[in-house]
Design a protein around this ligand. Structure first.
Ligand code: NAD
Length: 225
């Protein structure tokens, strides 16, 4: 079977290392890019082509990489969070010429939690609060996942009133997201806990294997599960 040629941006980071550990034999890693060799890579002439990129880096890195991808289109799976609205628009812009997959959380579980939130449609008696806990090195706060769940709740309820998510940073927590629905007489809690980082790495690799077969467009977890 022909191997999928993969480029990895953010290879030396916590997530990049996890992707390298989770990689299966149907992938061949062509490039491992990080803060040490990224600028050098951009200057290289006649680079071998890749079938798909996986990115777990930082918003400003993704921003420069998108400029490169516009000139050298290839599908990309990005899990980088903390993107500005402008950067989200740039990703969408790239999706006109190649397949772009972006998800603030690559676990199937969080995609299922987002789907579960649809049960609240038409039930206006609840007040909602989302909170999340992550390791102390996480740069963005609240997390991309918490903001995604807030947006999802607003769209289910047909308003923009879900309060800003609460964030706690400390220790080595991989990611806990909790949605509370509170009424005068009851309280519902939906909670997702990532038990390791490999769940995100495996999700990204799975998405990478899927989007190599897709037409240009913007894809996220709900489009593939
Ligand atoms: P990290 O800080 O451990 O790694 C960041 C990587 O980016 C490193 O390899 C670093 O060398 C590289 N980098 C930094 N500056 C660079 C530069 N100027 N040029 C080139 N490369 C540069 O971070 P992490 O914990 O691996 O997380 C990376 C991103 O993934 C974050 O945005 C995080 O929130 C996100 N994340 C997403 C998911 C998901 O499921 N979508 C899960 C976990 C983390």
């Amino acid at each position: 079977m022909k191997k999928i040629k993969l480029g990895l941006l953010g290879s030396s980071g916590r997530m990049g290392q996890e992707v390298l550990k989770a990689i299966s034999s149907n992938f061949e890693v062509i490039f491992e890019l990080d803060s040490k060799n990224f600028s050098q890579f951009l200057k290289l002439k006649n680079k071998p082509s890749v079938d798909v990129w996986i990115d777990f880096s930082q918003p400003e890195v993704l921003k420069s990489f998108l400029k490169y991808l516009k000139l050298n289109p290839a599908p990309i799976v990005s899990g980088t969070t903390g993107l500005s609205l402008a950067l989200e628009k740039e990703l969408e812009g790239l999706s006109k010429i190649t397949a772009v997959f972006w998800a603030p959380n690559m676990s199937i579980g969080v995609a299922l939690v987002a789907k579960a939130l649809e049960v609240f449609k038409g039930h206006q008696q609840y007040d909602f609060q989302i909170d999340e806990v992550h390791h102390k090195h996480k740069k963005d706060s609240p997390s991309g996942t918490a903001l995604f769940l807030q947006k999802k709740l607003d769209s289910v309820l047909g308003h923009k009133k879900t309060p800003a998510p609460l964030a706690t940073r400390g220790g080595g927590v991989f990611g806990i997201h909790r949605i509370q629905a509170l009424s005068d007489e009851e309280m519902i809690t939906i909670e997702h806990t990532a038990l390791n980082r490999s769940v995100f790495a495996k999700g990204a690799l799975w998405a990478a294997s899927q989007i190599t077969k897709k037409k240009p467009g913007f894809y996220t977890m709900k489009d593939l599960i």
